[in-house]
Design a protein around this ligand. Structure first.
Ligand SMILES: NC(=O)c1ccc[n+]([C@@H]2O[C@H](COP(=O)([O-])OP(=O)(O)OC[C@H]3O[C@@H](n4cnc5c(N)ncnc54)[C@H](O)[C@@H]3O)[C@@H](O)[C@H]2O)c1
Length: 282
């Protein structure tokens, strides 16, 4: 099966980036949002980053125009009917994702593959909302999706290996560096990264170190490409806390529980880059 038309549901931080990667790789892409305003905001995000690409000489103005021309917006889920593959990137809530997958299941063809970009929810549980769990996979992109090459292509116990292969090949066609893995909490990177970032936050108080100095320590002592506090701000404090809670529920390892400092920041609306303030001001 060949993927020609792609649907991206949710054009927020991840969805807009995924849609950008798809149109840049030449795929006709239908982006669905809950309102025209949010859909347009998604398109302007894509436009903005493509324009930066043109400024930096990574693509021509004609290529940018052609890429944007491949992006269609909709607020109607039914408009995703022609999609061979739909990538879901809505809020990280199991019920919302299951409702969406149940609806998508009724809209797209029996052949079509449904993929979730969930960070920490069970792909198996999301797939259970459909009549085609064999055609459901995880495609876990990393933030920012147009920049970071990794895609974790996740199979459940019920995923047809052929569907898993189609998703893997599609990630390759996007120019990504996919890996194959099973549906375990946090998959590969978050299973490792989230407890490490939680350790970093706890060290802030334990060692009496400022976020600036902690980032400096990891940048210059370990040569991390980005400091842990800057990374959590980029991920979004709320997104990190959510993912952390899911891992804690799954494994019950204390390091996986979100540090109270992060929970307090999320409650205060200090969400990182997207709210203008987290560990740092933006
Ligand atoms: N932010 C990250 O670093 C990151 C990285 C990898 C994966 N993820 C995962 O990607 C998903 C999206 O995260 P995000 O950070 O982009 O969130 P976000 O809040 O930036 O965007 C979510 C978007 O989905 C839209 N939406 C909600 N319900 C919808 C529906 N039924 N149909 C269409 N649009 C709908 C919202 O209006 C919003 O614009 C989550 O599952 C998250 O766990 C996030």
């Amino acid at each position: 099966m060949e993927v020609r038309t792609v649907g991206v549901v949710g054009l927020g931080t991840m969805g807009a980036g995924i849609a950008q990667v798809c149109v840049q790789a030449g795929f006709d892409t239908i982006g669905r949002e809950v309102s025209t305003e949010l859909a347009e905001r998604g398109r302007s995000t894509v436009d903005h980053y493509l324009a930066r690409g043109v400024e930096k000489g990574r693509l021509t103005a004609e290529e940018k125009g052609a890429a944007l021309g491949r992006l269609t917006l909709s607020t109607e889920l039914a408009d995703l009917a022609p999609c061979d593959l739909v990538i879901e990137a809505i809020v990280e809530q199991a019920e919302a994702k299951k409702d969406l997958f149940a609806e998508l299941d009724r809209i797209v063809t029996q052949e079509a593959i449904l993929a979730t970009n969930t960070s920490a929810l069970s792909v198996t549980e999301i797939a259970s909302a459909t009549t085609r769990p064999q055609r459901v996979v995880g495609m876990h992109f990393f933030n920012p999706a147009p920049v970071l090459p990794l895609v974790e292509v996740v199979r459940t116990e019920l995923t047809d290996p052929a569907a898993h292969d189609v998703a893997y090949e599609f990630a390759l066609a996007l120019g990504k560096q996919p890996i194959r893995c099973s549906d375990t909490p946090g998959f590969v990177v978050n299973r490792i990264l989230i407890p490490v970032l939680n350790d970093c936050v706890r060290v802030l108080d334990e060692a009496g170190v400022t976020p600036e100095d902690l980032d400096k320590a990891m940048l210059h002592g370990v040569r991390w490409p980005i400091g842990p506090c800057a990374l959590i701000d980029l991920i979004g404090i709320d997104v990190h806390v959510h993912a952390s809670e899911a891992l804690w529920e799954a494994y019950r390892e204390p390091r996986m529980a979100p540090p109270p400092r992060l929970v307090a920041m999320a409650k205060a609306g200090l969400l990182g880059r997207k709210s203008g303030r987290g560990f740092f001001a933006y």
